[in-house]
Write a protein that binds this ligand. Structure first.
Ligand code: KG4
Ligand code: ZN
Length: 333
């Protein structure tokens, strides 16, 4: 079965072609250079760029898999959550394609896409498993009992992990997106230089990262430095100290949820799962008999192959959408 996946939920225009679970192409056109000077994604710019690029990106995906529209059996499109203007471009484009080329269509939840990215890999877990979704907009823990069977165990009460990375990067004058830059800087920094809080929220599987971000803001203020005066060394040490705090919390939550649910298989998903220090620390959980499943880095950040594989599994379960398919900014899994 050939599936065309489309994701336009935020600032990446992406299209992918799968043959069952095998990736034939996965094109991601990043809009970062149009947003970075504003320190974050500007929704109006994002939707306009999606409109400009979507046709080309889908054509590229077809071309690099040596297929044509005729060969497609199913169009899977991200329907939410995300930026509503951005989502609508993908959903309207997919519906027009499905209607005119007489192809089946299915709407996919973006968070399900992140979790199912693991099924694009050779090694994936059997059900049930735990999934920690850590992205720019979400930080959630789920128990996954089957395709489409998700039970939320915890979520962030304020900022998402990726959002905290992006906000700390902004405080340090590092530009957008902050995650990859902090990841790089932290490699050279001292994680013990600054003692930042660990928001464990004991007794709950919820998260809270806005206080940590505020602690970094206060730290910079107490150092008596304005944005332009922060030296490279200080930036590296703050990056490493902030990251150590985030990772300590994530690891602690994973250990706790594994114990509570008596499930030792954990899938890590979403853009922050691309973080190199987090990936290194997660490998250490083997000692605690916890099996960690990590998608390749390019499948952690937004891409359409993860939408295609989720649509494929839903289709196999007998589900399809129709021309009433709509996009929604807020959409629980
Ligand atoms: O999943 P994603 O691509 O988009 C959303 O659905 O939000 O995640 C984007 C987030 C951004 O906040 C970005 O800073 C963060 O993931 N990110 C990282 C890394 N790469 C991307 N955070 C930490 N380390 C990274 N290497
Ligand atoms: Zn995402």
């Amino acid at each position: 079965m050939i599936v065309l996946g489309i994701d336009t939920s935020c600032d990446d225009t992406s299209a992918a072609i799968l043959e069952n679970r095998k990736i034939l192409s996965n094109i991601v056109s990043s809009q970062i250079k149009f947003h970075s000077k504003y320190g974050g994604v500007v929704p109006e710019i994002a939707s306009r760029k999606h409109i400009e690029w979507i046709e080309d990106v889908v054509e590229k995906a077809l071309k690099s898999s040596n297929l044509t529209l005729e060969d497609i059996d199913l169009v899977a499109v991200c329907k939410g959550p995300g930026l509503i203007g951005s989502l609508l471009v993908g959903v309207c484009f997919a519906k027009a394609l499905s209607f005119s080329a007489k192809k089946q269509i299915i709407g996919v939840n973006h968070l399900e896409g992140h979790i199912q990215a693991i099924f694009l890999e050779e090694k994936f877990p059997s059900f049930p498993f735990i999934s920690l979704v850590i992205s720019g907009g979400h930080t959630c823990l789920y128990r996954v009992d089957g395709f489409g069977e998700y039970k939320e165990i915890g979520r962030t009460r304020d900022d998402a992990v990726g959002e905290a990375y992006d906000k700390v990067a902004k405080l340090l004058g590092l530009g957008y997106p902050g995650g990859p830059v902090i990841d790089m800087l932290a490699k050279e920094g001292n994680p013990e230089k600054y003692n930042l809080p660990r928001p464990y929220l004991h007794g709950s599987f919820d998260f809270s990262f806005s206080g940590l971000k505020t602690a970094v803001k206060v730290l910079i203020k107490n150092l008596g430095l304005k944005e332009g005066e922060i030296t490279e060394e200080i930036k590296r040490d703050i990056a490493a100290s902030f990251q150590a705090s985030v990772i300590d919390v994530l690891i602690e939550k994973i250990k706790g949820v594994v114990k509570a649910e008596k499930i030792n298989k954990v899938v890590i998903a979403g853009g922050v799962a691309a973080n190199s220090e987090l990936r290194r620390r997660l490998m250490g959980l083997k000692k605690a008999n916890i099996e960690i499943y990590l998608p390749s880095k390019h499948l952690c950040t937004d891409n359409a192959a993860m939408i295609a594989v989720s649509g494929y599994h839903r289709y196999l379960n007998g589900e399809t959408s129709d021309m009433f398919l709509n996009a929604k900014a807020y959409m629980p899994l």
